[in-house]
Structure formats: structure tokens, C-alpha cells
Design a protein around this ligand. Sequence first.
Ligand code: AMP
Length: 379
Amino acid sequence: MRVGVIGGGQLARMLAIAAAPLGLRVLAFDPALDACTESVAPVDHGGFDDLPALHRFAEGCDFITFDFENVSADALAELSAMRPVRPNAAALATTQDRALEKALFRRLETRVADFAEISSADGLHTSAGELAFPAILKTRRLGYDGKGQARVESADGIAAAFAELGSVPCVLESRVRFQRELSLVGVRGIDGELLCYPLVENVHVNGILSTSLAPARVRPELESQAHVCAERLATALDYVGVFAIEFFEVDGRLLANEVAPRVHNSGHWTIEGAETSQFENHLRAVTGLPLGSTAARGVSCMLNWIGELPDIATALRIPGLHWHDYGKEARPGRKVGHATITAKDFDELAGRLEMAGQVLGREWQVAPALGVVSSHCAA
Ligand code: AMP
């Protein structure tokens, strides 16, 4: 069976790699002629809103999914008349718009940061209402990895930030003083079964994920708050496939930040660190196969390689390190690969992370994860 993935980036590439043992084939669709999935699976080329090209692509597939939330939800809705599209187009439409997403969270009784919708340059102060500053202005659509965001220190700064982001519809969000950033990766099957990976602790640098530590050490109440949120969300959206919810932890409670309707960077550790990887589980869900266990195997830390890769020969000397080169050209701010360091427990992980920081000259990158791991060891 053939699974068509709209988008041909590293997520489609890792889906294609996970597809082979299941006897599935991935075909990708991407406008970029150098899409990094190309080296592991065929890629058709066309714009994400080029309906004739998408139709031709869908004809060669048994199921359709996507690795990127900025594909056209209208185009996906059209394709769903031809082939099963999972997750569904309406779920994509909701999660690609920050205002709709936040409204849904509120309807499902999940807390979000205070926010206001900013739609035009007129009456900015009125639109902001009683919102507390400092705040962050975010475009409603098409933002990712910290792009499409501007910091706003006071109400007087909204106009400049709105212009800086291109005067497109935005949400203005109070800046949250969080203790930690956590994320939950879940998968829902066609029969409605929902499985969740353990919560993961994430560190972002310049709005881009830098490290993920799995499992996060959290109280059981927090894990169950996240599960309740995931269950309500996935049920409300009639979701099929893998999704991620990013949370802020504030005074022992979770605040939802955003949903990614796809496999997620904070789930890459599952390739080596869980019984079934997020990529395999997404393919199982999309093709109607039974889901696999989401239990962690030991503990893991994922390090993202942003801009350029460290030296592979040095990295591979680190025990428990698993290397992923996406085959992309080095470029500032670009995700070009990652590594997951696995270990049987936090003590062993601390030693391996320390070594990684030293030999790769990445002390700055491992330091936050190492701080958390060391506190786990001391506890
Ligand atoms: P996002 O694109 O919404 O995931 O934002 C990227 C990153 O910016 C998040 O992972 C946080 O580190 C930070 N961030 C986003 N929104 C807020 C907020 N309301 N308060 C504080 N930090 C935020």
C-alpha cells in the first residue's frame, strides 16, 4: 500500500524510513526540487495549493497524510473525496489557525495564555483590551519555529509589531512565566483508540526546539491533565494519526500553547527510545492498522542540530547516541539533523550527555538538559 505524504521534509523522510518494515511505501509531494525525502522515497513536485498536481499525486496513493501544517486545508478536503485523508481536513484547518485553536482549547476547558485577536491596524488598543503585557504578537496562520512572532513590551508597541508581521490577522498573547515547556505526543487510531507517549521536557533556543528529555519527571496529576486534554482534543477533531500538544507548566498546572497536527520534533526520541516510534504509529493509524505501545524504553535526550551538523565520527563515539542526518544543506536556523542519546537510567544519561557536550563542543546545548537530568539523579 502507498501512503502519500504532502510535504517532503525530514518528517516525511522519517515516515518513509519507518514505512519499509511495515511493507508500506511512502510517496511525497513537495514544491522544493531538493526536498530531503528524495533520497529515501519518490517525491512529486507541485505547489501545496496546485489542485491538478495534487489530484495526480493522490491517484497514485491509497492514503493521504501530510508532514507540514501549512498545506491547503481546502485542497485536502477535495482530495478526501478521492482517498482517505488522515488527519482530516477540518482538523488541519482548526490547528493551522492560532485563534481557532485557542478557542477550541477554551471550549474543551483547557487553559491557554490570555489572548486577544488583532485583525486590523484600527483600534489596536481596544482590541488588546485588558491584556497583560509584556506580550507576544503571533500571526494566526503560517508561523512555525518562532517565525511570525514579535515581542510587544506595552500597548504602544502593538502597531509596530503588527506592521512588522505584515499586517495579517494575529493573536496577541500575554507572555507566560513558565517553569518548564512540556509536550505530549499522542496517536489516535481509526477506531478512536488514543495512546499517549510520556510527557517530554523541551528547551527552545530562539523559538526553535533545541533539546527534548524523555520522559519528563512530572507528578502523575500533570500527566493525567495532559491526557485529558489530548483525549478531548482528539475526540473533538475526530482525529486520526499522530499529533503533539505543546504546554507551558505554570505553578504546577498546564497551559496549552499549540497543537501540531502531525508527527513532531519533540517525538523524535521515540525512534530509539520508545516501543513504537511516532512515525510507525502515525503510519499504523493512517492505514488502519492496530497502534503500537507508546511506552518508553529507558530514558532519552534528543539534541537538534540547527544550522549545521557536528562531526559524525566524533559523535558516534558517544555510547547510546543515535545519529540522524536529514541530507540537507547547512544553512543558519535550518534543522539539518538530530541525535538521540539513550540510556538505561538518568545516571547513565547524565554521563553520556556530559561527554556529548565536551567532545562535540556543545556544552551550551546540553547544559539545560544536563541540569534537569542531574536533579533527577539527586532525587
Ligand atoms: P510557538 O511558535 O507558539 O510554539 O512559540 C515558540 C516558542 O516561543 C515557545 O516554545 C516558547 O518558548 C516561546 N513562547 C511562545 N508563546 C509564549 C508565551 N505566551 N509566553 C512565553 N513564551 C512563549
